[in-house]
Design a protein around this ligand. Sequence first.
Ligand SMILES: C[S@@+](CC[C@H](N)C(=O)[O-])C[C@H]1O[C@@H](n2cnc3c(N)ncnc32)[C@H](O)[C@@H]1O
Length: 399
Amino acid sequence: MRQSRDPADGLRQEGDRNIYSCWAQQPGSRGCGPLRNLFCPEGRPTPEIYPDPMRLGVIPEGIIDLIALLSGRMPLPVVKSFWGYAMGRTVLAGVRLGVFDALDSGPKSASEVARIIKTDPDATETLLNALNGFGLIKRKKGRYSLTTAARKWLTQNSATTMKDSVLFIGEVCREFERLEDVVRSGRPPHFHDLKRPEEFWNSYLRGLGTFARFGSREIVRKVRFDRPPQRMLDVGGGHGVYTIEFLKRYPSLTAVILDLPPAIEVGRKMIVEAGLSDRIRFRAQDMRVGDWGSGYDLVLLFNVIHAVPIDDAEGLIENAYQALNESGRLVILDSEHTGGDKDLSLTSGLNELLFFVINGTRAYPEARVREWLTKSGFRRVTKKHLLVMPMAMLLIADK
Ligand SMILES: C[S@@+](CC[C@H](N)C(=O)[O-])C[C@H]1O[C@@H](n2cnc3c(N)ncnc32)[C@H](O)[C@@H]1O
């Protein structure tokens, strides 16, 4: 059996409701077609606005596995909970210990890898075997080598490396360890605590910057203008990756990045590395208070609405309206939340929990965000779909 995309496994009860049910009525739902029935044995309807939500699940490796799966007697929730956790944790250990980088120069034995990464040879062999079982490393005649996917995403020298993102996910997992305490008490920590050490802010900004590099080009391509924008504001834009991509596309554009002081410390270094310091200014400020300046042609609210409590979220959109010039454009990028009172996509449910557990905030449904936009005075809201981030919500609104 392998861990992969698959339909839900009946963990939810018919009639369960979530607190977002009153926010967004889904315009309808469609049942599974014949092909979908193969993968969706329960024939469960899928929400219309997010037609194919990503799911993680178990796929069979052979005919016996397939029969076991189809028999419905396998305890799928238990299998998923252990394998899902163990796989994530093992990949994290591989990245932290440098296993993938050690194999980047070619196939090696376990003891050769251990020598490079300064670990115990026997223990290293078990880690390599687990990564092989998970399909990330190949194993032949006592030697291990990288799969294409591992080389592409997990090695430092790859142009598409996501190593910093995995390391940051490790930080988030530390917070997740407190899940039961937070659910019992309802008192989550404050993720953006200014007293956190420099290493935290460095890992946070560099991790998110790596995610951003992955999708920034497609986003900038999809946000079109009749006339090139001259001034932009990137709210919570810390690492500057999205700003940089806009500046590259529009040579006369200058930018202001508004963020918390420790985030700006890291962002400043990242901008210098990109060689664009002369066109970017920083504004160290809590985005929930004070004005943001004015006369911007473009304001970005990228992954910041979920970083504030609901009472502040609407205020961010109002602030953006005030900061924009008369024909300005607001672009919102955030985690999707299907809303409604039916089953949620994997990312909706997980993000909602994640943001609450680490920060006491939520992922807000698209319908709610659209309400805030209309209430603030924005007109003509359009939505774009991203191939690099199919689970993201990208909304463009004109003042
Ligand atoms: C999830 S990150 C998003 C970063 C970037 N916009 C992106 O999409 O990759 C949230 C950003 O908002 C900043 N932030 C969080 N709370 C803030 C606040 N109250 N005022 C200003 N910035 C804040 C964080 O420091 C961080 O840079």
